[in-house]
Structure formats: structure tokens, C-alpha cells
Unconditional design. Structure first.
Length: 161
């Protein structure tokens, strides 16, 4: 086979593989959409729930800072295992970690701050009232490496550094 023929053959083969890859991705996306429809279902909302259930657990509705202590209930620790999550993060004392949806901080931010003595925890929430409670807790516990950060519905407003 001459060089020109081999080159033409390789181009055609690459085009065919690209077409197969596109169709494969389209099928994969459709399968993922179908799979996600199966893991969510709806029920009558619980006290602080949205009524939408993911993998057997009701998703919490947006709540005020007045109800935020509910987020730190003991059964949440048992079911979600935040300490195990933190252990699996392989953090170094100088790391910078963003806790998106930090609320009043007890679920992750306060725990992370102890492990990052030379690092930072960027505790992001969209509710100023949640951040105010977090700031009170930071002062109360004399913590210097948690940075309350006001996010928005479209951006966590993290620093560029």
C-alpha cells in the first residue's frame, strides 16, 4: 500500500472512530438521564425536607439560620459519615478547602479547620444569616483559618488564588 493510500485509510478510520465515539457518548448521556430518574423519587415532605428523595434520603429544603441546628443532628453524622469523608480527603495542614453550602459550619468547616492549621477553610453559603451564625462560632472558638464567604446562586465567589 502506498503512502497516500495508507494516509487516506488512516483518515477514514479516524473519522469512523470519531463518529462511533459521538454516538457512544450520546447513548451514555441518555443512559445517565434514565439512571438519575430512577434514583430520585418524591414523597410527602418531612419537617425540614423538600419531598425529593435521593438514594433513599430526603433532600433538605432551604432553611433559615433559626433552623440550622437541625443540620447538625446526630443521625446525620451516622448516616452521612462526615468524619469518614474528611479522612478520605488526604488533607495536608497547608491545604485550602472550600465548604460549599457551609451553613453554620458544624458539619464540615469547624472539623476541617482543626486539620488545616496552616491552611484555610473557605466556608461558602448564600445566606448571610447562616454566615453570621458561623462568624459567632468562629469568634466563640477563637478560630482563625475559616473564612466565611458569601456565595450566590450562580457563583461561590471563591478567591482566584
Amino acid at each position: 500500500m502506498r503512502f497516500e493510500e495508507r494516509s487516506f485509510f488512516i483518515r477514514r478510520l479516524c473519522q469512523l472512530l470519531a463518529i462511533i465515539a459521538v454516538f457512544s457518548c450520546m447513548h451514555s448521556v441518555k443512559a445517565t438521564e434514565n439512571d438519575s430518574a430512577q434514583v430520585y423519587h418524591w414523597k410527602e415532605p418531612g419537617e425540614f425536607g423538600a419531598g425529593k428523595v435521593y438514594l433513599g434520603r430526603e433532600i433538605a429544603s432551604l432553611m433559615s439560620a433559626d433552623d440550622a441546628l437541625w443540620l447538625e443532628r446526630p443521625d446525620r453524622e451516622l448516616s452521612e459519615k462526615p468524619d469518614e469523608i474528611i479522612r478520605n480527603m488526604s488533607l495536608k495542614p497547608t491545604d485550602v478547602v472550600a465548604d460549599i453550602g457551609a451553613g453554620i459550619g458544624g458539619y464540615l468547616s469547624l472539623k476541617l479547620s482543626k486539620l488545616l492549621p496552616q491552611g484555610k477553610v473557605l466556608a461558602v453559603d448564600i445566606q448571610e444569616a447562616m454566615l453570621n451564625v458561623l462568624k459567632q462560632r468562629i469568634d466563640e472558638f477563637d478560630i482563625h483559618n475559616i473564612i466565611p464567604t458569601r456565595g450566590s446562586a450562580t457563583s461561590p465567589n471563591l478567591p482566584d488564588e
